[in-house]
Ligand binder design. Sequence first.
Ligand code: IMP
Length: 176
Amino acid sequence: MENLRLSPLISEEEIQERVRKIGAAITDKFRGQELVVVGVLKGSFMFYADLIRAIDTDLTCDFCAVSSYADGIVSSGEVKVTLDLSRSIRDRNVIVVEDIVDTGLTMNFLKRHLAVHKPKSITTASLLIKPDALKEKCDVDFVGFKIPNDFVVGYGLDYQGYFRNLPYIAQVSNIN
Ligand code: IMP
């Protein structure tokens, strides 16, 4: 894309090392128990694929997708489910895997949405969190990296649909 500058923020190696550690911590927490790992599409797909390979316990995969009602510039904060889980999570240990927690509205919405289906437990993991952007309290059990309140792309995260294929995380700025 033209007129955009990408400034590398987190390298591929740093991501891979952190994801391995989170996978090991999740393995420790759920040793001997089964998990349903829920990826939030589309942004989490790369983190999700690496993370499940770093978890050494029996697990099944499911996905959901959400979209924010936007007024064109700023998110209104309302979230709707555009793809729901394919199997029941009742009495199961669920891990929600997000790419990034920005305002926290999506993660909090998802926790409430999943809780309705009475899982045994809900654990949350997000590759990135922007603590300065949080609009409401949002507890995340496993966080990859805390980052500044700047727009980032790569490793699944996009800008207007692009840059998801970068193997690292970069800040985006306009050079106009
Ligand atoms: P939240 O509800 O404000 O926490 O927003 C979460 C969603 O916004 C993420 O799942 C992303 O899809 C998107 N998002 C927030 N910040 C960024 C960013 O810096 N880059 C790419 N997507 C982002």
